[in-house]
Design a protein around this ligand. Structure first.
Ligand SMILES: [Zn+2]
Ligand SMILES: [Zn+2]
Length: 262
């Protein structure tokens, strides 16, 4: 593992349209530049001996296909394109790829062989690299978390990252985060939690304005696994009533079914 970069803060329009970080020699973190879209989503490329998994295709404002093709050049692997969930800022580049796992929960479950959504955790083997896929609906109906046994990274999409955790289905979200902490406690230690956006500043609990495409002084992408426990604890304490909860490293942000803040 090499040190994480300082991510492009969006203040230079002439900056490249994406930024790469090789976490190790089989793991690439790709960030779409904020100046191409304020969402600035992160995608992950996990490479095994037989397959590579691209998790999320961003907003579609950059040529992600060219980026991925270059990263995989010279490797004899099949590319599987799937998503942390089906929101448009994570599936926007799907059309650039030949085959993509569908974005509904039903399609995700069918492709990966999940017959007991969302309780069932399944494995997906990239070849000498086993991933555990954990359904975690609540932000969106098709959310999954991906645990990589080799790096002990836990990829959490929009369900846990340094920003506003928009919760549409409160009971499902609480159950999902509890499922995730149970999975970790059952002997799956986590090195770092990596989500799909950064919306917090480097000041505890202080976020950038919604839609901000400049992030001077961003929070780091990576979260300590204790933050997952913290999220589970505050959700357990909150009970059945959706409520906004501001913590140093995340903000729980309930939405109505129509997408309005509660
Ligand atoms: Zn989302
Ligand atoms: Zn998102």
């Amino acid at each position: 593992m090499t040190a994480f970069p300082v991510w492009d803060d969006g203040t230079t329009a002439a900056s490249p349209d994406h930024q790469l970080h090789w976490y190790d020699d089989r793991t690439v973190i790709i960030r779409q530049a904020l100046h191409t879209n304020f969402e600035g989503p992160f995608s992950y490329l996990l490479i095994g001996s037989e397959r590579a998994l691209l998790l999320d295709t961003g907003t579609g404002d950059i040529d992600l296909r060219a980026v991925v093709d270059k990263l995989l050049a010279g490797r004899e692997v099949e590319l599987v394109v799937a998503h942390t969930h089906g929101h448009r800022d994570h599936v926007g580049g799907d059309g650039q790829f030949d085959t993509v796992v569908g974005k509904s929960a039903e399609e995700v479950a069918q492709y990966f062989g999940i017959t007991g959504w969302p309780e069932q955790i399944v494995q997906f083997d990239l070849g000498d690299r086993v991933l555990d896929l954990i359904p975690i609906p609540g932000h969106h109906a098709s959310d999954i978390a991906v645990y990589d046994r080799s790096t002990r990274l836990l990829l959490t999409g929009d369900s846990l990252y340094p920003g506003r955790l928009y919760v549409v289905d409160w009971p499902a979200f609480r159950a999902s985060i509890a499922r995730l902490t149970d999975f970790v406690a059952a002997g799956n230690p986590v090195e770092l939690v990596l989500g799909a956006h950064i919306e917090l500043t480097d000041q505890p609990g202080i976020d950038f304005a919604m839609g901000a495409d400049r992030h001077p002084g961003e929070h780091a992408l990576q979260l300590d696994p204790a933050v997952l426990t913290e999220l589970a604890d505050v959700l357990a304490a909150a009970g059945d009533t959706p409520q906004r909860i501001v913590r140093d490293d995340f903000i729980v942000f309930p939405l109505s079914a129509g997408g309005e803040p509660l």
